[in-house]
Design a protein around this ligand. Sequence first.
Ligand SMILES: Cc1cc2nc3c(=O)[nH]c(=O)nc-3n(C[C@H](O)[C@H](O)[C@H](O)COP(=O)(O)OP(=O)(O)OC[C@H]3O[C@@H](n4cnc5c(N)ncnc54)[C@H](O)[C@@H]3O)c2cc1C
Length: 288
Amino acid sequence: MYPTSFDYYRPQSVAEAIQLLRQHPGSKALAGGHSLLPQMKLRTSSPTALVDLGRIQGLSGISDSGGRLSIGAMATHTAIADSDLVKSACPILAEAAAQIGDVQVRNRGTIGGSLAHADPASDYPTVIVALGATLTATGPAGDRDLPAESFFTDLFTTALNPDELLTWVRVPKTGMPGMGGAYMKHKHPASGYAVVGVAALVGLEGGKCSRVSLVVGGTTANPIRAKAAEQMLTGQAPTAENVAAASAKVADAIGEPMGDLYASGEYRRHLATVLARRALMQAAQRAM
Ligand SMILES: Cc1cc2nc3c(=O)[nH]c(=O)nc-3n(C[C@H](O)[C@H](O)[C@H](O)COP(=O)(O)OP(=O)(O)OC[C@H]3O[C@@H](n4cnc5c(N)ncnc54)[C@H](O)[C@@H]3O)c2cc1C
């Protein structure tokens, strides 16, 4: 199907983009176009105008800002997966980026587009919540920083206002000794999207887990933190038995899981428990 007709703008700065979004009610930002353009062709989204972010300088950088990395919203999945800085300072993010879709999707798709789209089957939201990242929204009144956990508000819905852009993603560094992370997913065989994805971070001190972060995506509208599992493993040695017992708690955290023709809710719940066990074990091994 063809999209409905729309205007097209190519701003040179974030300020100009925000002004265009304000001036044109019903307009949308265009990043890699890998989610928005299919939606427009299916007419599940019919923006009045597209504000193309592709020519804005400085929005795709990845830099070291002390204790965290600053990643521009227009950084592509490939740039993140291939970045030596991300691979050493925040390896779980590079690991997730490398698992997104296929080469074409990774070369065009952006972290900002993925997070703003808030697809429950996407990979970054799960990892970003596990990391406790901070997302910067820039609008007419300036910047506001949002914790990742409160950024995703519902299915395909975020805390961004229509005239705001996601501009920066700040992730804490986790690539230090004694800290390990792992992102694992069950891929949809056709698209590569996460039917279920699990992000685990484990900090070890004296052979025991001093920090555990466990987040599940793909089973509910937004990623959920498996708090009971995190608490159960904290202070314990990451043995196979302890990790299995903690992972069993993931099923309760999920509540009512989503289901579709490919994977029922019950199957998703089971996958989440299995992937949580594997991701926690992998993260703990990487922390040793
Ligand atoms: C075949 C296929 C397979 C895929 N497989 C996976 C997968 O395995 N895992 C995965 O996570 N994703 C997958 N994707 C999705 C892909 O990662 C997209 O690139 C991503 O979801 C959207 O990013 P984008 O840059 O293309 O955004 P766009 O499609 O340009 O935009 C998406 C939405 O975000 C808004 N937006 C974009 N940038 C901003 C911004 N800076 N501020 C505010 N709003 C913004 C747009 O207005 C639009 O509503 C797949 C896509 C395809 C086509």
